[in-house]
Design a protein around this ligand. Structure first.
Ligand code: BEZ
Length: 313
């Protein structure tokens, strides 16, 4: 739709020029990419960022949002940011963690006990410090974090005890710390992008998914798997990124102002997630699926073994 409007604007501008009129100078267009679909909290944040830029810069600068992997996978978007072909992205921290192991610490099982604690940790100076080296290491500037709350296990099979995870195929985000956790539990972690989960669950290719309450509810995964282990075993962080190369084309004040506008929206998501999780849980409870709340003890030694196995000494 936005692209159609732009094309229409260019078409009208060409006509006016032909007739001897002129249009105001075209806005600088910035692009922001992400993998989540419209309606997801991260996509709402990207849309709110675009609105905030429109309000603040009144047509001088404009942000176009590309959700649902329209610009490619997260790895491809990271490459686009590195070359300066993409200006902004909201990516899962897994994309950083796969390259820079210090980010693995954010996936430590039961490091935080709730979405509220996760929001506090991700808003902390210590977490921000992890982003400081990104311009030199990856050619991107980290504006800060957001998240998709806590991870749980939604399964087609009953999960009465941890042994029930033995050998079952659990879809995971392609990410070593998560893979390690499920291997320690004796499950068969199956890496898969978010966009493939619905079909894989519906056609029985996988037995369970490692997922957040937002996706379980809004993407209706619960219709194909009716056991929810409410474990909250990990948080699921995301990061706002700006192209370091692209930002060199901007005056410093604009670069900082745009980064701050994006981060405001990401923090708004971070802060509203705890209340939203409670709401999605209520809605899931109303569907009648089996929901069992468990804590770290349910997972036996795995959370502690994970610390020894995954984190650098
Ligand atoms: C996932 O891979 O599970 C995921 C990715 C982005 C947002 C939410 C979930």
């Amino acid at each position: 739709m936005t692209r159609c409007l732009r094309h229409a604007r260019h078409y009208i501008a060409s006509l006016l020029l032909l007739w001897g009129f002129s249009m105001p100078a075209a806005a600088t267009l910035f692009r922001i990419g992400l993998i989540t679909p419209p309606g997801h909290q991260w996509t709402d944040a990207a849309d709110a960022f675009a609105s905030a830029v429109a309000t603040q810069y009144g047509g001088e600068h404009e942000v176009i949002v590309y959700p649902s992997r329209q610009l490619g996978t997260e790895a491809q978007m990271l490459q686009l940011l590195q070359t300066g072909a993409l200006d902004f992205a909201i990516l899962t921290v897994s994309e950083l963690s796969n390259r820079l192991p210090r980010f693995n610490a954010l996936y430590a099982p039961y490091r935080v006990g709730s979405a509220q604690q996760a929001a506090e940790l991700l808003g902390s100076a210590a977490a921000r410090e992890l982003l400081a080296g990104l311009p030199d290491e990856l050619g991107v500037i980290g504006t800060g974090y957001t998240m998709a709350g806590m991870r749980h296990i939604l399964s087609r099979k009953p999960l009465a005890q941890v042994q029930d995870l033995q050998g079952i195929k659990v879809r995971i985000t392609p990410l070593a710390p998560v893979r390690d956790f499920y291997r320690l539990l004796g499950a068969a972690p199956t890496p898969m992008p978010l966009s493939s989960v619905f079909d894989a669950l519906a056609n029985g290719q996988i037995d369970a998914i490692d997922m957040d309450l937002e996706s379980i509810w809004t993407l209706r995964y619960y219709e194909y798997a009716d056991t929810l282990l409410l474990s909250g075993h990990m948080m699921f962080p995301a990061v706002g990124l700006m192209s370091a190369r692209g930002s060199l084309r901007l005056p410093a004040h604009l670069r900082q102002a745009l980064a701050a506008l994006l981060q405001q929206q990401l923090e708004a998501v971070l802060n509203r997630y705890p209340a939203l999780e409670a709401q999605w849980l209520n809605q899931l409870q109303a569907t009648g699926i089996t929901i069992t709340a468990v804590d770290a003890a349910w997972f036996g030694e795995a959370p502690v073994q994970w610390q020894q196995h995954t984190l650098p000494p």
